[in-house]
Design a binder for this molecule. Structure first.
Ligand code: SF4
Length: 434
């Protein structure tokens, strides 16, 4: 029975690459090293509802059709559309993302990733102020102060702390957790906060105030800081600033509590400035806790190929980018798209009601291994292989390190990469009138 070592877990942005998988009769029967989330992805694919066959909606019902018929129906939607939204592409490979960008260019569509509802503001902040970063390997080996701000890795990235941060032992951090100080800044005492050395509870939406106060103190202007900042007493803010400044190597990991709260991208912008300020005193870096396993990869590929990391509009014949105008939700809420492709993501479950209501009114093509709320509003459904289990491919970890995901078992399903290639060929054929 084949035992595959060093498989990559394609669930969260930690992309753990030390998973051992046992395969019997083309089924995964044993998984070692994965956390409960990763385990459920490997095993769950045999238990969850797979989309078994391509489907097209006829008389209000999704009915099984051949793969060729589904590709034809999807291509027809794209060719007849004047403004298609292509959304998702973050739980798939970089190769599929590249194909999706080509298809968007071919059809003059707008392509956006799930960053639209998570770390999109981080990308904006990085463009404005930069993103002083490091690899997770460097953090493991060097960081003695770890801050988790607006994120809860105990639940969202369960092996992050043991592999790369708080609990891991590295070359210069051989004492592991005992040699590191762990700080959590959040609006509620999460399970991550419960195991921190220091928990700083802030008022909802006041992250920018705290970052600004920390910057003032780090830059020697503590006199301008009021007695309470973001609901935190000044003495505590002073102590936190000292902890950051006196570290040998500080890493601030930040999540959606920072990017999607009040002040949005200005929070990431300010954290980046704080990191620059801290680098006058010590070594400091920041890393976004990315959720979908290859959302970082989407940003990488899109930036190489178009110059922009997300929300790219090809309707002018060249890439145009203006989040707030060309973001998936902005477009849907303005009721602009007249067709949509949702791939490797579930807009039906995660978008605001108004956006989903518009999606329900327009033709939707879904490409996904699993049925989900988007299936309910889709007109063409194309099942796909699970990348990282049934197909190989490249993905980028949250620290922008690329890893090659292995194929572990065989499948009858096409990969996202193949589907998007077939769809693009069919669109070209229809446009040529062949
Ligand atoms: Fe998979 Fe994330 Fe768990 Fe690692 S931490 S095993 S990548 S779900």
């Amino acid at each position: 029975m084949p035992v595959i070592k060093d498989a990559v877990c394609s669930l969260c942005g930690s992309l753990c690459d030390d998973i051992t998988v046992t395969v019997e009769d083309n089924k995964i029967t044993k998984i070692e090293n994965a956390c409960i989330l990763g385990h459920s992805k490997f095993v769950g694919m045999f238990e969850h509802d797979r989309i078994e066959t391509p489907m097209v909606r006829k008389d209000g019902e999704l009915v099984p059709v051949s793969y060729e018929e589904a590709i034809e129906a999807a291509a027809k939607i794209l060719v007849n559309s004047r403004r298609t939204l292509s959304y998702g592409w973050c739980s798939t490979s970089c190769e599929a993302v590249s194909g999706a960008i080509q298809l968007a260019e071919e059809t003059g569509s707008i392509i956006d990733s799930t960053a639209n509802v998570c770390h999109g503001p981080t990308a904006l902040a990085a463009q404005e102020k930069g993103s002083p970063s490091a690899s997770l390997g460097e953090i493991k080996n060097r960081a003695d102060v770890i801050v988790f701000w607006g994120c809860n890795p105990v639940h969202a990235h369960p092996r992050h702390m043991s592999r790369y941060s708080s609990f891991s032992k590295g070359f210069f951090t051989e004492k592991g957790r005992k040699g590191r100080k762990m700080v959590v800044i959040d609006v509620r005492k999460t399970d991550t906060a419960k195991i921190a050395d220091k928990y700083v509870e802030i008022e909802q939406g006041s992250d920018l105030l705290l970052v600004t106060a920390l910057r003032s103190i780090v830059n020697g202007h503590e006199d301008v800081v009021p007695e309470t900042v973001a609901g935190v007493p000044k003495a505590e803010v002073l102590e936190l600033a000292e902890t950051l400044k006196n570290a040998k190597f500080t890493c601030i990991f930040f999540g959606m509590g920072v990017t999607q709260s009040r002040s949005k991208y200005k929070n990431g912008d300010a954290v980046s400035s704080l990191i620059s300020d801290l680098n006058q005193h010590t070594k400091a870096v920041m890393i976004g806790m990315r959720g979908h396993y290859n959302v970082t990869g989407f940003g990488q590929v899109a930036t190489w190929e178009t110059g922009f990391p997300m929300a790219i509009d090809f309707s002018r014949g060249y890439p145009y980018y203006n989040p707030g105008e060309t973001g998936a939700n902005d477009l849907l809420v303005r009721e602009e798209p007249d067709a949509a492709i949702i791939a490797a993501a579930d807009a039906g479950a995660h978008f605001p009601q108004k956006a989903v209501r518009h999606l329900a009114r327009i033709p939707v093509i879904q490409i996904d291994p699993y049925a989900n709320p988007t299936t309910e509003i889709a007109d063409v459904v194309i099942p796909a292989a699970v990348v990282g289990i049934e197909a190989e491919g490249t993905a980028y970890r949250m620290d922008a390190i690329s890893l090659r995901m292995k194929k572990l078992i065989d499948t009858e399903f096409k990969t996202d990469e193949e589907i998007v290639k077939d769809l693009t060929a069919k669109v070209r054929e229809m446009k040529r009138g062949v």
